[in-house]
Ligand binder design. Structure first.
Ligand code: FAD
Ligand code: UDP
Length: 368
């Protein structure tokens, strides 16, 4: 793309906002629309009425192995150094999660060293020749007892499916460790935007070539008199095509936010997972993530649902087949680029969306 073009971007989350900035930087005029009344997509954060910085759509912890992506976002935010830690509750007691040597020692009253932990996993694992499903992944690495204690019911709650119905990649997000490392993520870079995601997005979108229209539907812009040379679409791909091949399933969540006025802290770490108890999957206490000091605290419980805003693509073969039908159409579009978690139907983390958006911009700019 050589001369200045008018570009419409649908969605002001990571995918849309990174594309907007990169296209604006090289001289194109960009209109970003989002049906929500804020930018930042699902990473949106705000101060609640008690002044605690919370994440409206559940806990978002930035982590990446890519120095390029970390440096890219560092142009728009400073960082608060934070390493996420999670504990899983089994029979009313909290254990380090992902499963590590301390988890084994505490759960089974053992005193294993690193080699002992490796031998333990070797003894209990149910080896699988082909690791195709999330059930295969977990049984193959930690065996049935740990599978049932930490994974089976959490996964059933989160997805409404048995682990055997989900692709391996879902459970493969969680490592198994023979050491005592209790960081949730293994990535080199882990940090939170110092002033929050919403501020980072304001900086990202603050450019003379970018216009942002919130509370605005894509179809309303299409039906208006404005003309665009190119569209970057980051919403659900099935909606773009009016569900002509049927609905792609996306998993949703209901977030129950709560402020606890009379206590400084609710729990010992950022997130506590409840694989076997309650209807919710996990509780997150935001002050752990953000480093904010306050005498009261705010938490969120996540209740998985089938209905509601689309949050997670559901990685399984039949959904992939349906997605591919839409992708055939998408690949034929000369004037529309599809990028992001909903448009590509990929279980992307935030850093992966930034990477996908930077690549998408390169492709758009290569076009004549
Ligand atoms: P989105 O953020 O979904 O943005 C798409 C935007 O498009 C939305 O704002 C939507 O309103 C808008 N839109 C859609 N259709 C239309 C339309 N027709 N008209 C107008 N606007 C439209 N990632 C991590 O790296 N670390 C984490 O800790 C983490 N935690 C997560 C926790 C939860 C509960 C969830 C749901 C996700 C989490 N993620 C995490 C993933 C992260 O949220 C995504 O990778 C990222 O936000 C996706 O960005 P996106 O721009 O592709 O999509
Ligand atoms: N998982 C589980 N038990 C847990 C945590 C995770 O079974 O205590 C499984 C579950 O299937 C979940 C997947 O691992 O959906 C990925 O977990 P992650 O924490 O990465 O999910 P996200 O933060 O994306 O919701």
């Amino acid at each position: 793309m050589e001369s200045m073009q008018n570009i419409l971007i649908v969605g002001a989350g990571f995918a849309g906002s990174v594309c907007a900035r990169e296209l604006a930087e090289v001289g194109h005029k960009v209109l970003v629309v989002d049906r929500r009344d804020h930018s930042a997509g699902n990473a949106f954060d705000l101060k609640d009425e008690h002044g605690i910085l919370i994440h409206q759509y559940g806990p978002h912890i930035f982590h990446t192995n890519s120095e390029r992506i970390f440096n890219y976002l560092s142009k728009y935010t400073e960082w608060y150094q934070y390493e996420h830690r999670v504990r899983g509750v089994v029979d009313g007691k909290e254990y380090p999660f992902p499963i590590n040597r301390d988890t084994l020692n505490q759960l089974y009253s053992l005193d294993l060293d690193e080699k002992g932990a490796a031998d333990f996993f070797e003894k209990v694992r149910e080896p699988r020749e082909l690791v195709k499903t999330s059930e295969d992944v977990v049984l193959n690495s930690v065996g049935r007892d740990l599978y049932e204690k930490f994974f089976l019911n959490y996964t059933k709650k989160q997805w409404g499916l048995d682990p055997s119905q989900l692709k391996a990649g879902v459970a493969a997000r969680i490592p198994t460790r023979t050491n005592t490392n209790d960081r949730y993520f293994t990535d080199t870079f882990q940090a939170m935007p110092l002033h929050g995601y919403a501020v980072m997005f304001e900086n990202l979108l603050n450019h003379p070539n970018i216009e942002v229209q919130l509370s605005t539907e894509f179809k309303d812009v299409l039906n208006s008199s404005r003309e665009f040379d190119h569209i970057v679409y980051t919403g659900p791909i099935d909606a773009f095509y009016d569900f002509k091949f049927g609905h792609l399933p996306y998993r949703s969540l209901r977030f129950e936010h709560e402020h606890l006025a009379d206590q400084e802290w609710y729990q010992s770490v950022g997130t506590v997972n409840y694989p076997n108890d309650f209807e919710f999957t996990r509780i997150t206490e935001f002050k752990h993530l953000t480093g904010q000091q306050a005498t009261s605290t705010s938490i969120v419980r996540e209740y998985p649902t089938a209905e509601g805003d689309p949050y997670y693509p559901i990685p399984r073969d039949e959904n992939e087949i349906l997605f591919k039908k839409y992708k055939v159409l998408a690949d034929q579009e000369e004037r529309v680029t599809f990028v992001g978690r909903l448009a590509e139907y990929r279980y992307y983390n935030m850093d992966q969306v930034v990477g996908a958006a930077l690549n998408a911009v390169d492709k758009i700019l290569e076009r004549k």
